[in-house]
Design a protein around this ligand. Structure first.
Ligand code: GTP
Ligand code: MG
Length: 266
């Protein structure tokens, strides 16, 4: 039983129990993995769930290999870009990541998922363009991603895409964008805000800083563990810079976006 799991987790669990097909089972379990809280109290449960999911996927794919996509998650979060053909997915992917997918006014240009890495103040976010054929295996990338970025030029297009997501059992959080009417910097901010993460900076004793992305609500303990588990065990105190103020804080101190943290260990 995961600690502090949100209500949606239990809904996904219920869906798993009542699922009839293997595909539905996998979809529900992928959702459970995504919704399970990431903290030390749920590590074992999460690992077990992932193992079960891997087994289920293996059973359903029959012979080994044959996977169409198998996109390795990289960076701090994965965002799927989805929309009908010519909605500007590749245009946006290029603008946000510097990747060079083929872009054209002809329909169905992108036929395989295209990947790029977006930089947000030193934090890497993986963007994946989903081809407009909505192939089930490509769609499963959206199911396990942290966010879906939905491109649509009209209200009715938006509804149609939302329907496609529903039919594929995708309940990942989604935000809407239109690359032809919205400045790319606004879309970037929209993605970051929807991901619900903050950036805190590690500060070494020599003064060098580097960014660390954490879920909103993380505390000094989460921060310290990400650097090294010994930092939690040997923790003495942390010095924290926030809006020009410096203070000494403990492990349970909740971090805010922009905090600079220097851990002092035994
Ligand atoms: N400026 C502008 N260009 C548009 C608009 N709608 C379509 N386009 C054109 O449509 C093309 C969109 O290209 P892509 O970025 O390849 O679109 P896509 O969503 O990746 O398309 P697929 O890969 O086929 O799914 C570009 O050549 C744009 O010039 C619009 O509303 N405004
Ligand atoms: Mg494209």
């Amino acid at each position: 039983m995961p600690v502090n799991a949100p209500a949606e987790y239990f809904a996904a669990e219920e869906k798993f129990r009542s699922a009839k097909s293997r595909e539905e089972k996998i979809a529900a379990m992928e959702e459970m993995v995504r919704l399970m809280p990431r903290h030390h109290g749920s590590e074992t449960a999460l690992a077990q769930l992932k193992q079960k999911l891997a087994k289920l996927r293996k059973e359903s794919s029959g012979k080994k290999g044959g996977s169409r996509t198998g996109i390795q998650k990289e960076g701090e979060a994965q965002v799927c870009i989805i929309g009908f053909t010519n909605s500007g997915k590749s245009t946006l992917l290029k603008a946000l990541t510097g990747a060079s997918p083929e872009i054209s006014g002809y329909p169905y240009t992108t036929t395989r998922p295209e990947i790029g890495m977006m930089d947000y103040f030193g934090v890497k976010i993986q963007l994946v363009e989903i081809p407009p054929t909505f192939h089930p295996e490509d769609m499963s990338v959206c199911r396990t991603a942290e966010l879906v970025l939905l491109l649509a030029k009209s209200e009715s297009e938006l509804k149609e895409i939302e329907d496609i997501l529903k039919k594929n059992f995708i309940r990942t959080k989604a935000v809407y964008a239109n690359p032809f009417t919205e400045p790319v910097s606004d879309t970037k901010e929209k993605i970051w805000n929807a991901l619900g993460m903050i950036i805190a900076f590690t500060r070494k004793t020599d003064g060098t800083k580097s960014p660390m992305a954490l879920p909103r609500g993380s505390d000094v303990e989460d921060f310290a563990r990400r650097i090294h588990k010994d930092f939690v065990r040997n923790f003495r105190f942390a010095r924290l810079w926030r809006r020009g103020m410096v203070k000494q804080v403990g492990l349970s101190y909740v971090l805010e976006h922009g905090d600079v943290v220097e851990i002092h260990a035994k």
